[in-house]
Write a protein that binds this ligand. Structure first.
Ligand code: SAM
Ligand code: SF4
Ligand code: SF4
Length: 371
């Protein structure tokens, strides 16, 4: 049976304007939520638009020519993004990832990168600034991005076979251009470049081994991502998820692997290396092995809503505070209050109660909030 795509006029949830409780507080470089998880990473979506229509993210049936993308006036400006990011950094964020939609479609993105690259953590260290892209215009942009201060990139690539890849991106985009982008990023010093492959059963799982073979022994780190029930438009079903354990089993049968230690607590990918050449791959088991316990990520949507979980049904309207002329201290207090209250652990709860997610729950779309 074909997947049920849920057509929706606008899934963007109604925002909540955050409280600013008194007394106001200055950031102290460390914040913990109600489950003792520190605020460490910030993902910023810089556009809700994309030149791809990946079937698992922005299916054409929903994101068609009538879809109402955000008007420019709704987007946070680079100055607004940088102001919010600076407050997050003062609260303890060490890592910022730019995402979207397709972040390289945001006009003059290099200018934003330059502004964010100038931020430093309270301990004086620079911020780890990175970006996730579909790679379509990376070959053209890599050098300028590096010069602007970007440190690394992650490129999404779901197949090496053009027919399969084009069926997934649904705009006939060729694999060769993305591969060119990956090489250009490496040459520009944006390495180690990570390559993310979302695995959807029956769609591209036959590409697991070709992808593994291609990138084994290369400077690129391939990571397999379980297809997630993010958003409400992709018609997700549990039997379309290929568990990471199965991905590892298939690769290990041909090219033996051993597990290695995570780089840091809260790392989303489980790391493995080939026993013969030591090169590395990763698996991100967001469905079968929830990592909510260590989830230290906040997300800022294109229009300035703060989401404390990828699966949140509502965002907190920081843009309303910015545009009402609130001070940095007021913003910092509102953010601190929101993070301390945070109790999200959607994936853990889902793992406990799978199969089946209530389709009536209107989760926010990945292309809006960023991956
Ligand atoms: N357009 C950029 C890209 O594709 O890399 C950045 C935004 S995209 C939303 C970020 C990441 O989310 C991509 O690696 C994409 O493959 C992943 N993604 C999107 N929808 C997903 C889903 N339903 N399950 C798992 N990963 C998903
Ligand atoms: Fe675009 Fe990235 Fe979503 Fe694909 S995954 S539709 S490239 S935002
Ligand atoms: Fe973090 Fe929410 Fe994902 Fe759990 S479900 S890992 S809390 S984003």
């Amino acid at each position: 049976m074909a997947n049920r795509i849920i057509p929706v006029a606008d899934l963007r949830p109604t925002p909540l304007v955050p409280d600013i409780p008194l007394p106001l507080e200055a950031p102290a470089g460390h914040l913990e939520d109600s489950l003792a998880r520190p605020l460490h990473d910030l993902r910023i979506s810089v556009t809700d638009r994309c030149n791809f229509r990946c079937v698992y993210c922005m299916p054409k049936e929903v994101f068609d020519k009538d879809y109402a993308f955000l008007p420019h006036s709704a987007l946070l400006s680079f100055e607004e993004i940088t102001r919010v990011a600076k407050i997050f950094v003062a609260h303890g964020v060490h890592k910022i990832r730019l995402t979207g939609g397709e972040p390289l479609l945001r006009k003059n993105i290099e200018n934003l990168i330059e502004m964010l690259a100038a931020l430093t953590a309270p301990d004086g260290k620079p911020i780890d600034l990175t970006l996730t892209t579909n790679g379509s215009i990376l070959a053209r942009k890599a050098r300028a991005l590096r010069q602007a201060g970007l440190r690394r990139v992650t490129v999404s690539l779901d197949a090496l076979d053009d027919t399969v890849f084009q069926r997934m991106n649904d705009v006939d985009f060729p694999v060769s251009e993305v591969l060119r982008g990956i090489e250009a990023a490496h040459d520009a010093g944006l390495g180690p470049v990570k390559i993310n492959m979302v695995v959807k059963a029956g769609m591209n799982d036959q590409e697991i081994l070709p992808m593994a073979r291609r990138f084994k022994g290369s400077p690129f780190i391939l990571r397999f991502i379980e297809y997630m029930d993010v958003g409400a438009s992709n018609g997700w079903k549990m039997d379309e998820v290929v568990p990471s354990a199965e991905v590892i089993r298939r690769i290990h049968a041909e090219m033996p692997l051993e597990e290695i230690e995570p780089n840091y607590t809260g790392e989303t990918a489980e790391r493995w290396r080939y026993t013969d050449d030591g090169s590395e791959i990763g698996v991100i088991s967001s469905v079968t092995q929830a990592f909510c316990r260590d989830c230290t990520r906040a997300r800022l949507s294109t229009e300035g809503k703060l989401y404390t979980c990828l699966f949140a049904t509502g965002g907190h309207d920081l843009r309303a505070l910015l545009r009402a002329g609130r001070s940095d201290e007021e913003l910092a207090t509102a953010i601190a209050h929101l993070w301390r209250k945070r109790a999200d652990r959607y994936s853990e709860l889902r793992t406990a109660s799978t199969p089946g997610i209530d389709p009536a729950v209107r989760k926010v779309e990945m292309s809006y909030i960023g991956g």
